[in-house]
Design a protein around this ligand. Structure first.
Ligand code: ARG
Length: 459
């Protein structure tokens, strides 16, 4: 049978495979609220400017409200023959209210309609994700405040580098997540223009008021070029980048959880709520949630690359290729929401093993930099020379099988005669972290202050 919306010039309906490849209703029905929201604004504008009667508008509004209720209740029969969310809703509207339903699409095309719906969907998704990221940040800040003075090893190359604190480490992620929120906010600000009324590609001769619909839909204003309005999906790509970046941050944290919960590290414990057992090995406690956060980041990056790849060869304006914009966007938003919930849960759940962290913090000659700094400060030695002397002391300690504080004063003086007793004051991990008071440094007092600032900002 012919398509009831565009079948006028057709003698026959589409072939089965045409129908199958063309249909997007299986996924784009997620945008039903946005589609109805847009149609309500469009209908109201059409009636205000006198293109349709106020009776028609009232009927449309009632019809769309009834449809929304049906969908909400799960009683809406989606039709693949009607291709997409736009035609499903419009066809049902006309079934319900007759003639008036057929007037809704005046001065509008599915091209501007879909551009609008996706923008609205992304805008809603951004708002939800922003709130979720803020929640994870609050959880991190609370744990950071609790552990501002809990020393742990700081790593570069995953080799012991310098002692840091657990709180400082968690606040590093707070900074990253804060920038992720900033990126989503930038994306939201840039996408917040209404493409509705660009129609198929060139605008319309009907005296529509795009400023009115833009305002009704919460946009800053209408887009300025009709071709751009229906042809562009950079807002979607930008959203996907912001999601992929945030997922990448979560993935790095997830990787650390995997490392930290490994018994050879033993830095944190996760409760039963965030670990799984093995069907064969009774002793197992696997950090699957962290692994999945890390794993899902792969598809998040794939979504971004997929979107850019779909767009890169498209001349202006609309092509059906662009129907491929939705699944990556939905997938990114849904999986990022899941990852944020899992990470937030693990942050609240994890128990840092304070004694183990402290012991590990001192391993690997982690206060060697403090020793070198002492030589610079107390003996006015140039840093490069101090580095060399310290290197010799590390080699000596390593050979002796002790840490730096395990060397005797006499042994140290054999390398550098001017070294005095005072050097032992800087070799403990506590002294090391307390000394790092430069702005943004790891000193517990700094960390506590920064956590308090974040707490206030996020309140
Ligand atoms: N389902 C389509 C999409 O997602 C809607 C726009 C269709 N427009 C068209 N000219 N066929 O892109």
């Amino acid at each position: 049978t012919q398509n009831s919306l565009w079948g006028g010039r057709y003698a026959e309906g589409p072939g089965a495979i045409m129908r199958e490849i063309n249909a997007s209703i299986g996924f784009d029905r997620k945008m039903w609220r946005q589609d109805i929201f847009g149609s309500l604004a469009h209908a109201q504008m059409l009636s205000r400017v006198g293109i349709i009667s106020s009776e028609d508008e009232a009927a449309i509004r009632q019809g769309l409200a009834d449809i929304a209720r049906d969908i909400e209740a799960g009683g809406f029969a989606w039709s693949e023959a009607l291709e997409d969310i736009h035609m499903n809703i419009e066809a049902r509207l006309t079934e319900r209210i007759g003639e008036a339903g057929k007037r809704l699409h005046t001065g509008r095309s599915r091209n501007d309609q879909v551009a609008l719906d996706v923008r609205l969907w992304v805008r809603d998704a951004i708002d939800g994700l922003d709130a979720q990221i803020a929640d994870v940040m609050r959880a991190l800040v609370a744990r950071a405040a609790e552990h501002a003075g809990t020393v742990m090893p700081g790593f570069t190359h995953l080799q012991p580098a310098q002692p840091t604190t657990f709180g400082h480490h968690l606040l590093a992620y707070v900074e990253m997540l804060s920038r992720d929120r900033g990126r989503l906010a930038d994306c939201r600000a840039r996408l917040n223009e209404s493409p509705l009324g660009a129609a198929a590609l060139c605008g319309t001769g009907f005296p529509i008021d795009r400023h009115m619909t833009a305002k009704a839909l919460g946009f800053d204003g209408p887009t300025r070029n009709s071709l751009d309005s229906v042809a562009s999906r950079d807002f979607a790509a930008e959203f996907l980048f912001a999601c992929a970046m945030c997922a990448t941050h979560l993935s790095r944290f997830a990787e650390e959880i995997v490392i930290w919960t490994n018994p050879y590290f033993g830095f944190v414990k996760l409760s039963d709520a965030f670990t799984t057992g093995s069907s064969i090995m009774p002793q197992k406690r696997n950090p699957d949630a962290a692994e999945l956060v890390r794993g899902k980041t792969g598809r998040m990056i794939g979504n971004l690359v997929g979107m850019l790849t779909v767009m890169k060869g498209l001349a202006l304006t609309y092509f059906k290729d662009m129907q491929e914009d939705k699944e990556p966007v939905f997938d990114a938003a849904e999986n990022l929401a899941l990852a944020l919930a899992a990470i937030g849960g693990m942050v609240r759940d994890m128990q840092p093993q304070v004694a183990r962290l402290e012991a590990a913090a001192g391993a690997g000659f982690s206060t060697a930099t403090d020793l070198a700094d002492w030589l610079v400060r107390e003996l006015k030695m140039p840093f490069r020379d101090a580095h060399h002397v310290t290197g010799k002391l590390v080699a000596m300690a390593e050979q002796k099988g002790v840490d730096l504080a395990g060397l005797t004063l006499a042994e140290m003086q054999a390398v550098e005669p001017r070294i005095s007793e005072g050097i032992f004051d800087v070799l403990s991990v506590g002294a090391s972290v307390r000394s790092r008071t430069s702005y943004g440094g790891t000193a517990p007092a700094n960390v506590a202050k920064m956590a308090a600032e974040w707490k206030e900002k996020l309140a």
